[in-house]
Design a protein around this ligand. Structure first.
Ligand SMILES: C[S@@+](CC[C@H](N)C(=O)[O-])C[C@H]1O[C@@H](n2cnc3c(N)ncnc32)[C@H](O)[C@@H]1O
Length: 224
């Protein structure tokens, strides 16, 4: 009975009422929970993965949808000053990360570059990226926005750069939510994820399991 009611509530109460996006949601859930919690684990997972893939202190890293800097707190101390490029649509999430998670002296020394934008305005950075990562972004985005991300990234990734994107995988194409939303779950097939890249000038190399605690898989994209 209880679970039937829960299901019914989910159906009739819009997701934005239960889990509001933006400032209201960040206030309600806190900046760590808003991006999904598992703060240390998922930050370290991304950092270790990028190191294994060849990230070096002098690389320029683009953290697409950097949130409250779950990866940032691990990688900013490692990278040379101004080599961390973060882009995120929620300004208050970034503010909370900068103020609560990053030591002020380290922030002054490392000068992370962060752009607040929901339309992948990579042109606002002065440098092109050697490495880019979108961890748990496409899990919340419609195909139109994923396509925009790839299209814009093509111009701002170095020719020998590499982009890693995570997603929830489904065997068969499913009906995803109508609209992108921070707390709506989108799943894609391997073929769909490869197509997003290939239709926008990238080759796609499926990696799959990378030990994500919520079973998101990962793909490596390179410019053709
Ligand atoms: C699940 S969180 C992951 C954040 C971060 N990548 C991490 O691993 O902590 C998804 C993030 O995507 C951001 N986001 C959603 N749509 C976006 C867009 N169009 N442009 C930039 N950021 C976006 C959300 O605000 C949220 O911070």
């Amino acid at each position: 009975m209880k679970s039937m009611l829960k299901g019914l509530i989910k159906k009739v109460v819009p997701i934005d009422f239960l889990n509001p996006e933006g400032e209201q949601g960040i206030k309600k859930r806190g900046h760590r929970e808003y991006v999904g919690g598992m703060w240390d684990e998922i930050g370290q997972l991304q950092f270790d993965f990028l190191l294994r893939k060849g990230l070096k202190p002098d690389s320029f890293l683009l953290d697409i949808a950097c949130g409250s800097l779950r990866l940032g707190v691990k990688v900013i101390p490692y990278l040379q000053a101004s080599h961390y490029l973060g882009i995120e649509k929620e300004g208050s999430l970034v503010k909370a990360g900068l103020e609560n998670e990053l030591d002020p002296a380290l922030r002054a020394e490392k000068e992370p570059n962060i752009v607040i934008s929901d339309s992948f305005e990579f042109e606002k950075f002065e440098k092109k990226a050697d490495f880019a990562i979108a961890q748990s972004l496409f899990t919340h985005l419609s195909p139109a926005l994923i396509t925009l991300c790839f299209r814009k990234l093509y111009l701002y990734l170095q020719d020998d750069g590499v982009f890693y994107a995570t997603y929830f995988e489904t065997d068969r194409k499913i009906k995803n939510p109508k609209k992108s939303h921070a707390h709506a779950i989108f799943s894609y097939t391997q073929e769909e994820m490869i197509d997003f890249g290939e239709m926008n000038g990238f080759t796609a190399d499926y990696i799959g399991n990378w030990n994500h605690p919520r079973n998101q898989v990962i793909v490596e994209y390179k410019k053709v």
